[in-house]
Design a protein around this ligand. Structure first.
Ligand code: 5GP
Ligand code: MG
Length: 182
């Protein structure tokens, strides 16, 4: 257990790497069970930047043929959602007629997923499902029901394993939580 300082804030270990790995094993097994016998080639949609590490860990465990497409969206500033989802980089490939598995680091307010679904529908995706590493309880209010969830967490700000505080902390192997005792 340790502490890290990123700019003005201190974070402490919240979910160690070993536990994250086990949770990803579990969620990958569920995705495999649903897609293993597919005759199409589903697309894993990596939502940059936060989803980088989770996408890499997830895809290692998948045993069906799949392709990776990326998109970059942004809505956070510091430790707060701005509520405004910006498309920083568009889809890296044509997804017309394809089944999409959205690979997200975390679903919080659900704004990002709602915007993604709008983009995917406009670009002609056949269908989309959501595979998220983390789910915060607020998401339930948006009537979002992610098909695949590795771990549920309370409504706190976390970093590590791809997630950032003003772009720092993405390289941390464990997940850290904002230390309230500062
Ligand atoms: P939503 O649009 O569902 O509110 O949030 C989605 C995005 O906001 C996530 O993909 C993630 O990039 C960012 N986000 C939400 N909660 C957190 C958090 O606790 N920590 C960090 N670092 N980013 C978060
Ligand atoms: Mg994200």
């Amino acid at each position: 257990m340790g502490r890290v300082k990123l700019y003005d804030k201190t974070f402490r270990t919240f979910i160690p790497y070993e536990k994250i790995e086990k949770a990803i094993d579990g969620v990958a097994e569920k995705v495999n069970a649903d897609f293993r016998d597919c005759t199409d080639i589903p697309i894993l949609l990596c939502v940059l930047n936060g989803s980088i590490m989770f996408t890499a860990e997830l895809m290692k465990r998948l045993d069906f043929n799949c392709e990776i497409v990326s998109i970059k969206l942004s809505s956070y500033s510091g430790t707060q959602s701005t509520g405004d989802v910006r498309q920083v980089m568009g889809l890296t490939a044509d997804i017309t007629g394809r089944r999409i598995i959205i690979v997200e680091d975390i679903v919080d307010s659900g704004n990002t997923i709602m915007e993604l679904r709008r983009i995917l529908a406009a670009k002609g995706a056949a269908s989309s499902s959501i595979c998220t590493m983390l789910l915060k309880p607020d998401a339930c209010r948006k009537d979002l029901h992610p098909e695949y969830v590795a771990m549920e967490i309370p409504n706190d700000f976390i970093v590590g394993f791809g997630l950032d505080y003003n772009e720092l902390g993405r390289n941390l192997k464990d997940i850290y939580i904002l230390d309230q005792e500062e």
